[in-house]
Design a protein around this ligand. Structure first.
Ligand code: ATP
Ligand code: MG
Length: 392
């Protein structure tokens, strides 16, 4: 019998009638995530997804990859054996012997979803606990605060033995909650906001505004790398790189300086909404954070949102920078985000930006430009880049 990875599903278990379709979505995501690693048999029983390796597939790599799949709250690596009390004891000794010989205390916790098994869960725990105590006399039994919990699950096809599960990425399976466009700069914030919305089960289309030669090829490569790191969680994505140079030059030439950033952001939102509508995406995600910069006051955000016909999702809006940085480190984007390449937001920045703009004044400030023509030109020049997670 093969060792196995057990994935415990999170909230999706609670979703009543949707549960089956969520489970299927998650199984599909798990299969896709494991495909580059090797051959695996993936199936779902009683709200647990089972992953069995075939032909010597790399279980360590699979386990690491599955820690980043949304919809999984806990993961365990487990050893399978026959549904027989002594076979279970033997397997527990083999599989958890190293942990049992160093732990100070342990307990056994059994679950029995196969109700035809001849012992109750309590009887099985007592039996296996007694046998393990005899085999490892130095470890104490402590049912209240054990250092090690030996889990036994008697399920339909086999019994499984495993130690404490590790935490999964949580959230809901990507694709179970629609599609959104996420505005991805090279900064610290937007990879985190993208992650948070993807974790709610949303498939993302990253959009990056690129102002070559004011921003460099390296700045673009950095954003591609950030999207790639995100794809370990979000799955495959198509990033849209929008040429933004002409728009920025037009703003510089035709608009009052204090409105540069606001007008630029209104263009970003118009273009993002067009991309979203063309791709069936239902919202725009940004890494905006209240009061962080001049364009993130309530008045400034009102003036950028005035051009949008889709909801804007700003998951970082009320967080402190420290908290955002903590997230960025945890998900692995921080070190790339802090590479020192410029972003289009830092090209032509006004010396004295408007922080409490009136929408009518912003509209007047941009009125000398051919807005529709510039939006169409930018859309026509989009470059699409396929983003995929690393093979392992
Ligand atoms: P970040 O760290 O994500 O760059 P920020 O705090 O620097 O955020 P801004 O530069 O004002 O804030 O941008 C606010 C949001 O607008 C970003 O979080 C991102 O969602 C979006 N954005 C900014 N610049 C770009 C860009 N060049 N391409 C795509 N989206 C962008
Ligand atoms: Mg930025």
């Amino acid at each position: 019998m093969n060792d196995i990875i057990l994935l415990k599903l999170g909230e999706i278990v609670l979703k009543g009638l949707n549960r089956r379709s969520f489970e299927q979505k998650l199984q599909g995501n798990v299969r896709r995530r494991l495909a580059p690693i090797g051959k695996f048999n993936v199936y779902c029983l009683q709200s647990t997804i089972y992953v069995e390796g075939e032909d010597g597939a790399d279980m360590d790599a699979a386990f690491e990859a599955l820690k980043k799949v949304f919809g999984v709250v806990k993961l365990s690596r487990a050893a399978a054996c026959e549904k027989d009390k002594d076979a279970i004891v033997k397997r527990a000794k083999e599989y958890l012997g190293a942990e049992l010989s160093v732990a100070k205390s342990f307990k056994v916790e059994s679950k029995r979803s196969d109700k035809s098994f001849p012992m109750t869960s309590i009887e099985l725990s007592q039996y296996v606990g007694g046998e393990l105590k005899e085999a490892f006399p130095r470890v104490k039994v402590d049912v209240h605060e054990p250092e090690l919990t030996v889990h036994i699950e008697v399920r339909d096809l086999a019994a499984y033995v495993h130690s404490s599960p590790v935490q999964g990425a949580g959230g809901m399976p990507v694709g179970s909650n629609g599609t959104a466009v996420t505005l991805l700069s090279g900064g610290i914030d937007s990879p985190v906001s993208s992650y948070m919305i993807a974790r709610r089960g949303v498939h993302l289309i990253p959009v990056h505004f690129f102002s070559f030669p004011y921003t460099s090829q390296q700045a673009k490569d950095k954003v591609v790398e950030l999207a790639r790191i995100l794809s370990d969680y979000c799955g495959r994505m198509t990033m849209e790189v929008v040429p933004f140079t002409h728009i920025q030059e037009e703003i510089r030439d035709k608009c009052p300086e204090e409105y540069f950033t606001l007008i630029m952001r209104r263009f970003m939102m118009r273009i993002a909404c067009r991309i979203a509508n063309d791709n069936g995406a239902k919202a725009i995600v940004t890494g905006e954070n209240l009061g962080q910069v001049a364009s993130q006051t309530m008045e400034a955000m009102a003036s950028t949102q005035a051009v949008m016909d889709l909801p804007i999702l700003q998951p970082l809006i009320g967080m402190d920078k420290e908290e955002i940085v903590g997230f960025a480190r945890k998900i692995g984007t921080f070190d790339t985000s802090v590479l020192p390449y410029e972003d289009c937001c830092t090209v032509f920045t006004p010396r004295h930006p408007r922080t409490r703009p009136k929408i009518a004044d912003v509209e007047k400030a941009e009125s000398a430009m051919d807005i529709d023509g510039l939006v169409e030109e930018a859309l026509a020049g989009i470059e699409r880049i396929q983003i995929d997670h690393e093979s392992v």
